[in-house]
Structures are given as C-alpha cells and as structure tokens.
Ligand binder design. Structure first.
Ligand SMILES: [Zn+2]
Length: 60
C-alpha cells in the first residue's frame, strides 16, 4: 500500500473525529448542546431531544 494513501486516510479520520466531538445547535431549543450518543444518534443535553442523523456529523 502506498504511504500517501495512509496519510490521506489519517487526515480524513481526524476530521471525522473532530466533527463527531463537536457540539451542534439543537433545532428544538436553539442551544448548542447536541452531542453524539452513538452512531447516527444525537441527543440534546438541554432538552433531551434525540435525533437520528449522520453517523459522525449532525445534520439538523
Ligand atoms: Zn435542545
């Protein structure tokens, strides 16, 4: 496997991880409190609303 490929993949994984750890704005209470609970499941820590969204990125 070429080394270039491995480097690209690592950069991509880092981006995905950053997005998955980021907090997102809740469409229900408008506060930035949505955190990833598990793959595709996001929950707002302020109003406890659960959302089904992207596996690593919230798409409200
Ligand atoms: Zn909320």
């Amino acid at each position: 496997m070429p080394a270039r490929y491995g480097k690209k993949l690592r950069v991509k994984l880092r981006e995905v991880e950053k997005k998955s750890k980021k907090k997102y704005k809740c469409p229900s209470c408008s506060r930035t409190a949505i955190k990833r609970e598990s793959n595709g499941v996001w929950v707002c820590s302020k109003c406890d609303t659960k959302y089904a969204s992207g596996a690593f990125e919230f798409k409200g």
